[in-house]
Design a protein around this ligand. Sequence first.
Ligand code: GLN
Length: 251
Amino acid sequence: EPTVYAHADAGPARGRIRILQLYPRDMNIYGDWGNLLTLARRGQWHGYDVELHSYNPGDALPEETDLVLGGGGQDSGQERIKADLIEIGPRLRQWADDGVPMLVICGLYQLFGHRFVTGEGSQIPGIGLLDAQTVAGPGRLIGNIVLDSPEFGRVVGYENHSGLTTLGPGAEPLGTVRSGAGNNGKDGAEGARFKHVIGTYLHGPLLPKNPAVADWLLQRAVELHGGSWDPLPIDDADARRASTVAAARPR
Ligand code: GLN
């Protein structure tokens, strides 16, 4: 059953946003849960009702959603969800083509690409929604990371992954690495974008310190089915301070 977060102001709701959280049991590490809470709270503060649906392997997938969110996980978590993800892949690709906004972090970012070859050499197939592929490198890329994003400006986070990701021509990076490793530590790219889908290695969680990304997702969700984005203002001074502190920290 969905959890409903009602709009925070006194008037009628400006609309309803349905969020589908993929695999919270197996793919939800390094604070990724905070991305969901941020979307729910900002939705409420902006004057919208927010409906949260969680989806674990074997559950029934809803017919429609306005926003899809997925987190990171260990290789073992990725192994546990891989068969189910392949089954729901066609629906997710259809949604992406239809403009459904999605945010997938690290482990699910990798599996939204073509494949992840783990350090043990096993190949976990992805759904190819993003034109990206990932092969585990010799070590782990760990630490604070700062990006410059053409769409969002400065984006801060934390990364911890073995996978080295290379984008194909069908995906744009989320941003350029200012400090940290990003997709592979070599080409300066971080994350991937396709239509309204964002994949990224940034945990942290990402959204509390980067509210522009959160609001971009919420706006796309509202407009997807013809709603109008008419948000109440939010004081983001704390988020700006958190971003400044995070960007100044050594890796
Ligand atoms: N298991 C994957 C890797 O190590 C993803 C890790 C993560 O989601 N933090 O590359």
